[in-house]
Design a protein around this ligand. Sequence first.
Ligand code: SF4
Length: 471
Amino acid sequence: MLGPRRKNEFCGVAGFSSKYPVSRVLYFSLRSLQHRGQESAGIATFNGNKILVYKGMGLVHEVFNDQSLDYLVGNAGIGHVRYSTTGGSKEENAQPIHIYTVEHEIAVAHNGEIVNVDELRKFLGEMGSAFETRSDSEIIARLLAYEITKHGVIEGLKRMSSRLVGSFSLTILVDGRVFAVRDPLGIRPLAVGKIHGGYGIASESVAFHALGGKFLRDVKPGEILEITPEELITHHVYERRYKAHCMFEYVYFARADSIINGKCVYEVRRRIGQILAEEHPAQADYVVPVPDSGRAHALGYAERSGIPYAEGLMKNRYVERTFIMPSQESRVMEINMKLSPVESVIRGRRIVLVDDSIVRGNTMRKIVKMLKDAGAKEVHVRIGSPPIIAPCYLGIDMKTRNQFIANGRSVVEIAEIIGADSLGYISIDGLVKAIGLSKENLCLGCLTARYPVPIKGEKIRFQSDLENFEI
Ligand code: SF4
């Protein structure tokens, strides 16, 4: 998945408690989570007396400098990188969200999306809360403030967690105490690690490697975990019979070197490619990835098919993320700026082009054309996720059905639209096998239109068709 399609997705969170100052540890952990959100970044620390917050729009290294990191005094803190899922792209929605109760100061960083947000907003409104933003993350912070005021810190965290429906991986600062909370279905990832002088929490295990630390384990689905410089304290775990880990983290979103729910993302992607080669073989001269998202998938395809792997498309690493121009002509230029074909690989050859997913199909159409213009004899497109046909309500901005090229179209029709000589998607069973977790423990909502939580107007997973039978 490349370029213009990569919008409004996910967030990254981090939290550290240490014997030493944490602002720079947070800074570097957020930089390693930058792929999870490029819109805004923020850090909150506790200086022993009060919570200090610094946040702004832009990439982590654009938002922070030595001066702001020096300002963020304290040995406990949380951080956030954001690309909006609800609430829109505005500075006021940057996180962590910082609020006061009578007795405490709270800062919250959220990755995920809350489904029962309207109901909670109504409840909190009736209880006298006023809201500064439209974001669901503010609802979480205000609900937590309400529950902590009534029931104390630990009971308040439990009650907040039990009232939220949807996906939430949270890092929370209550005065100088650092907590991690993960939704009981484990939809978004959250990892615990050891760093010099303390412990940390981060969306992905890569954050600890970046700090020379050690990844210890996932935060358990439903766990309320406190970290101190000396220990990890599990206050509670909300158990569910089945989990709903997002398949898209493995297919596309997480960094390939992360380990999520015990599975190495790189190895999952490689297995996806291998299974794709078995399910959709092709007669071709080279297997070419769409960089960088299709690399591991393409490698797996090449391994299993025996067709040589070649870098037939080069990515310009220095194209600005903000290179956005409105006209159609400009958009074509944009993709040409980001990718260019290696003619010696492409000209006169039959190419298997591998990418992680297709959402709208616009980018893939342009890439296929680019390869044909560079002299490719045939382009056979292979995709590492099954067709995306339904919206995501749990953290990715894929909200309207008619934006999906696969919605209501056959594979042959899609191949025609993108200009490919053939097209093959991995099957759902193939994907599940590649991930290595059981189907019951994965969210496949955008592939099946059945979701792990109740969503108005949608079917819930495990629901048989008979239950939907209406007389
Ligand atoms: S609907 Fe799709 S993208 Fe959204 S959480 Fe489920 S698997 Fe992930």
